[in-house]
Design a protein around this ligand. Structure first.
Ligand SMILES: Cc1cc2nc3c(=O)[nH]c(=O)nc-3n(C[C@H](O)[C@H](O)[C@H](O)COP(=O)(O)O)c2cc1C
Length: 363
């Protein structure tokens, strides 16, 4: 039997075998997960927003060591205190691609593109895709509302064709993917590949503590993986747990108290100066006073995610997750996940081809 090639132009851009991307996930997408994905033929992104500044370069070198210098990606947020460090490291180490949300301007993207780096933001709405391309992005990842972490409200099946039809750059589909059927469907919509967070979190390579992974495996009802703005002021999809219930019942005063505690912890962990914190607040106040509360709450997301993803205390933190977690019943390695997706995509494509052939011969 010949192996299915499943090659799209995205594979050439990223330098990977299959059009399957492991997205960045705070405290989850470290060197081990990125290397396991990359070695299995996918393309992994290091979660640069939660890796301490004094470790990030060592982690980049670790991925290179574990993969024999294969291409991989780096995720960053413009508002993190060491954003400039990450940009410099991406150029210095010839990182193949960067992913980000809103933030970097034309100058920043221009510098990365000049260094040959693929600029691949994640967007949840068409207007954000168009704006990102205007700023210089050369690949767009769309994330449908069913996706994990910060997410929009438009489902993948609506957002994907809308963006594919409106832009000329390659589009990667994220939000709700976990198997070969999804890959074939995304390609049929016109995407050049799929990107997955939750599926890679729920692998034996993610390094997430067993107590937390057990909670993910227990969820069988996609309704229990819901969106709330209470963590950091922006809609975020997560597994309904004790901590979310507490936040929902907490008084506004208690929520502010939690946010201040998180902000202080994050400031200490990242070495953020008071001047940088004040600059972020001032910027928010100038651009849109309504976002000041969000700026104060911003540290809740990494601090509360760390409790479940690193400390193994799922009831005391946030369990960001896509709804697809309800469909994943067991942990596999990245190798098994990617091989399984490729095999199933092959079966589905063959079944579709034989359906079309029968139609033709009957017609
Ligand atoms: C635990 C978790 C942490 C995440 N952290 C980040 C992050 O640090 N940066 C980012 O750009 N996206 C982050 N995301 C979003 C994912 O990168 C990805 O876009 C999303 O999981 C895709 O949807 P899926 O979960 O249905 O595959 C996170 C998602 C999860 C589940």
């Amino acid at each position: 039997m010949t192996a299915l090639r499943l090659h799209t132009p995205l594979c050439d851009l990223l330098g990977c075998r299959y059009p399957i991307v492991q997205t960045a996930m705070g405290w989850v997408a470290g060197p081990a997960l990125v290397a396991a994905t990359t070695n299995a033929g996918g393309f992994g992104f290091l979660a640069g927003a939660t890796i301490p500044a004094d470790r990030i370069e060592a982690d980049i070198l670790e991925v290179k060591r574990l993969t024999g210098d294969a291409p991989f990606g780096l995720n960053f947020h413009m508002f993190q205190p060491n954003a400039q460090q990450l940009l410099d490291l991406a150029v210095k180490h010839r990182i193949r691609a960067v992913s980000y949300g809103r933030g970097p301007d034309k100058q920043v993207i221009g510098r990365l593109r000049e260094a040959g780096i693929v600029c691949m933001p994640t967007v949840g709405a068409l207007k954000h895709a168009q704006k990102a391309i205007e700023m210089g992005a050369n690949v767009i990842t769309i994330q449908g509302g069913e996706g994990g972490g910060h997410t929009g409200s438009i489902p993948t099946t609506v957002l994907l064709p809308q963006v594919v039809d409106a832009v000329k750059v390659p589009v990667v589909a994220a939000g709700g993917f976990y198997d070969g059927r999804g890959l074939v469907a995304a390609l049929a919509f016109g995407a050049q590949g799929i990107a997955m967070g939750t599926r890679f979190l729920m692998t034996s390579d993610s390094g997430v503590p067993a107590a937390t992974l057990d909670r993910y495996l227990q969820v069988k009802d996609a309704d229990r993986i819901r969106v709330s703005p209470l963590v950091d002021g922006m809609p975020q999809r997560m597994i309904d747990n004790e901590y979310l219930a507490m936040l929902e019942q907490a008084s506004p005063f208690k929520r502010v108290w939690i946010a201040v505690q998180s902000a202080l912890q994050w400031k200490a962990q990242t070495g953020m100066t008071s001047a940088h914190a004040a600059k972020l607040l001032w910027q928010a106040l100038r651009e849109d006073p309504a976002t000041v509360a969000q700026t104060v709450m911003a540290a809740n997301a990494p601090v509360l995610l760390q409790r479940s993803m690193q400390e193994g205390k799922p009831a005391e933190g946030v369990m960001s997750s896509g709804q697809v977690a309800a469909l994943i019943g067991r942990l596999q390695s990245c190798d098994e996940v990617i091989a399984g997706i490729v095999a199933q995509a092959g079966e589905r494509l063959a079944a579709l081809a034989s359906m079309t052939a029968q139609e033709t011969s009957h017609g």
